[in-house]
Design a protein around this ligand. Sequence first.
Ligand SMILES: NC(=O)c1ccc[n+]([C@@H]2O[C@H](COP(=O)([O-])OP(=O)(O)OC[C@H]3O[C@@H](n4cnc5c(N)ncnc54)[C@H](O)[C@@H]3O)[C@@H](O)[C@H]2O)c1
Length: 415
Amino acid sequence: MGATRVGMIGAGGVAQRHARVLSGLPNVQLVAVTDVLPAAASRLAEEHGTRAVPDVAAVLAERPDAVYVCVPPFAHGPAEDAVLTAGVPLFVEKPIAINMDIAHEIAALVSAQGVRTAVGHHWRYLAAADRARELLAGRQVRLVAGAWLDKVPPVAWWPRRDRSGGPVVEQAAHVLDLIRYLAGEVIEVAAAGNGTPPPVDGADVDGATAATLRFANGAVGTLAATCVLGWKHRAGLEIYADGLALSIGEEGLTAREGDREWTVESDPEDARVAVDRAFIEAVRGEGEDIRVPYAEALRTHRLALAVAESAARGRPVTVDPGPADGELGAARESIAARGRMPAGGGTVAGRAAVTREAAVAREATVAGEAGVAGEATVVGEAAVVGEAAVVGEAVAGRASVAGSAGSGSSVKPHV
Ligand SMILES: NC(=O)c1ccc[n+]([C@@H]2O[C@H](COP(=O)([O-])OP(=O)(O)OC[C@H]3O[C@@H](n4cnc5c(N)ncnc54)[C@H](O)[C@@H]3O)[C@@H](O)[C@H]2O)c1
């Protein structure tokens, strides 16, 4: 197999990092870079001896084997849509959007297209995360304490809620993702924001957020986030189980079990390389270690948005993590068996069209259009569960929803 041809959409800080990591992997060739700022695309392209092109269509015209989408949170949607519709494997940076609507729409398209996806939650590749999983295996987690205590990053969009989604969605999402990976699903959050933005021009995000988390397995936890420091103070989590205390960050893990305490160091750079290597190897058919495909990032995003919503509204928010992967697999099979949607692979156009139409219908009140109502119900449910593959189950199992669609109810996604 020849070199894996990679296109890059967005040429800012994180795109530069991915380009650097990719250039160090064997058999990877960066074939095109685009950015809404042509100078940024040109700079990155020049550094890597490749071409800057005017837009996403021009990236896809290079017939890449995979595309990285490294745009700010508010800009997600159109690029992913184009890449997936072309049937091209997609690596996308976190957070996957600033709301659930676009994330649901893209998740449905991912599922319909059956292409490989990976999201930049590289913390799951930390040696500390591996070691923590081993230590926690077979134990009941009791308490989790996550924190992201930092400065405002030097990008203009960051301190604006409508651009970044806020510090929990944009930054603490790494910690929330690792919390889910190590301690299980959160089913309810109750958060408060301090209401005063960080002292930065144009900022309207909370300077600090505190949240409590209730887990499906009975564990409880907290998340603390602030962006008012002038430095990165601490980012990580502590996990407590009977007779075991773990402290985990990008630099490593400290564990104490009874009288024994030890530390495992990890180089954060290793995980940043590993997340790209795993994606490229999966695209090449040489590996199966994508730890956060799009559907998994959707769950982390739902949790982060629930914390942000709870802080904004001042009341607890229930989180529906959606079905486990095994259930999704079964749903996919059963949908395929009924001929509603292929289990994976195949051509693009028909399925993409259905998904998009349905995604639009999900937003609307679907009264009166029986034909559309069926699809809307289908994808409305997919949006709720976060997986288009679940849709067929929803159709089969939730006839009452279809009925209410016909009588004028709108199908709303969960947060
Ligand atoms: N996983 C990680 O460790 C990590 C690290 C840094 C950033 N990130 C994430 O990556 C994303 C980008 O962060 P960044 O630091 O690179 O931001 P940045 O502002 O440095 O770069 C973003 C680039 O995207 C471009 N852009 C904006 N809209 C575009 C569009 N529609 N099409 C093409 N290009 C567009 C901008 O012009 C800019 O050059 C953020 O969501 C951030 O959270 C992740």
